[in-house]
Design a protein around this ligand. Structure first.
Ligand code: KIV
Ligand code: NA
Length: 263
């Protein structure tokens, strides 16, 4: 299998094909996901919740993300490695560039940033220096306290228009990928149609270019509350590699997400 690059993802979009993405935080699970054919691995700051036991992603540090990036980078072969910038990396452009540089040196190949159109200058500075950026819109978990909880975004018309506008501004500034979290399926499709860059969705419906889930959710390891967009792919199967393959195949065949996983 050839290594996945940004070109692979944009060719898939152009052909009307889809791709799968999964979070990974260590070498063993990263190898399983890579061998299952999953195109993009994300060292997400969700590690604050699923690994460290925090109630949000805010406590995760750059050192935490670097440590897990190194673990995943050693194991993956063909998947593209995307890594989150931690909360408040965007206090200013200098900090943003330094933090992204640190993650790239640790093995990141694509840097994910939460932020709206106002992040366009920072995205452009990264782009100019050779750092590809994924802009995360919709439910951005680092803003959970502003939202008053993990809530679906873009239900109202002006909010939806603003998200489409943010995606366009950030792609114009150089963002290579958009990630949309917890928005109505109709808005997912509108963003996909509005930008040339591939759009990855989580709880954003079936009509986006790629899908992503947190690894623990794919394995049914939720603590109590199970979000609507999640599916346990280990259920009815007897190994983790099988579950990862089933997730990848379901995304490729567009049988996941189904209506029941969609807002
Ligand atoms: O941190 C993370 O796992 C994420 C995904 C949920 C997209 O940002
Ligand atoms: Na994240």
């Amino acid at each position: 299998m050839k290594p996945v690059t940004l070109n692979t993802l944009s060719n898939l979009k152009t052909q009307g094909d889809t791709f799968s993405c999964l979070t990974a935080y260590d070498a063993t699970f990263a190898r399983c996901a890579d061998e299952a054919g999953i195109e993009v691995l994300l060292v997400g700051d969700s590690l604050g919740m699923v690994l460290q036991g925090h109630a949000s992603t805010l406590p995760v540090t750059l050192d935490d993300l670097c440590y897990h990036t190194r673990c995943v980078a050693r194991a993956k072969r063909h998947s593209l490695l995307m890594v989150d910038l931690p909360f408040m990396s965007n206090v200013d452009t200098a900090q943003l560039l330094r933090d992204a540089g640190t993650l790239m040196r640790a093995g990141a190949e694509l840097i994910k940033i939460e932020g709206e159109a106002w992040m366009a200058d920072g995205v452009n500075e990264l782009h100019r220096r050779g750092v590809p950026v994924c802009a995360h819109l919709g439910l951005t978990p680092q803003s959970v306290h502003r939202f008053g909880g993990f809530k679906v975004q873009g239900r109202e018309r002006d909010q939806a228009q603003r998200i489409i506008h943010d995606a366009q501004c950030l792609v114009d500034a150089g963002a290579a990928v958009i990630l949309l979290e917890c928005v109505p399926a109709e808005l997912g499709k509108a963003v996909r149609d509005a930008v040339a860059a591939p759009v990855i969705g989580i709880g954003a419906g079936a009509e986006v270019d790629g899908q992503i889930l947190v690894m623990h959710d794919v394995l049914g390891l939720n603590s109590g509350y199970v979000p609507r967009f999640v599916k346990n792919f280990l259920s009815g199967r007897d190994s983790i590699p099988d579950a990862f393959r089933a997730y990848h195949e379901a995304v490729k065949a567009r049988t996941f997400p189904a209506e029941e996983h969609t807002f």
